[in-house]
Design a protein. Structure first.
Length: 162
């Protein structure tokens, strides 16, 4: 019984953490359980979730742990939304890859929405804007580098001389 309970908890944890549908084979690979063992604990997991705000949904693309409809509204109010849109992230990527570069060149590459992106990215401390002659230049800040650039080999444990 203890082995079955542990298997059910492993499967439940995998499904919860995935945040997407998973096939029985994927769950098996992720948990190290046999496919048959994963299949055998699914009814038990479904039963244990009765009365909870979430449930195990069987879909054509796999099993999915999701909220019951009556709880979705409150979840949407409190769930984290991305701080940056895809377009803003792409603008940031261009600045990181090509910067420092002129604001006008950035607008040529990313379109006129780049000006609004720059305003938001600057406010978040990810880029700087400075005057250069009659124009402005944008580049990434130290904070951006600290958060997004990988450390050098000297900072990676086991690399180099350690």
């Amino acid at each position: 019984m203890a082995g079955e309970v542990d298997a059910a908890l492993l499967v439940e944890a995998a499904l919860f953490a995935a945040g997407r549908p998973m096939s029985v084979e994927e769950i098996s690979e992720a948990t190290g359980l046999e496919v048959e063992e994963v299949e055998s604990v699914i009814p038990r997991i479904s039963e244990s979730l009765k009365g909870r705000p979430y449930f195990l949904q069987e879909r054509p693309d796999g099993l999915f742990m999701t909220l019951r409809p009556e709880y979705r509204e409150v979840a949407e109010r409190v769930s984290a939304r991305p701080e940056l849109s895809r377009a803003e992230l792409r603008t940031l990527a261009v600045i990181s890859a090509l910067g420092p570069l002129s604001l006008s060149r950035l607008a040529e590459l990313r379109g006129s929405s780049a000006y609004a992106h720059v305003k938001k990215l600057r406010k978040k401390g990810l880029i700087y804007v400075k005057r250069a002659g009659r124009g402005r230049v944008v580049g990434v800040t130290r904070d951006f580098r600290r958060f997004f650039e990988p450390p050098g080999p000297e900072l990676i444990k086991g690399a180099g001389g350690e």
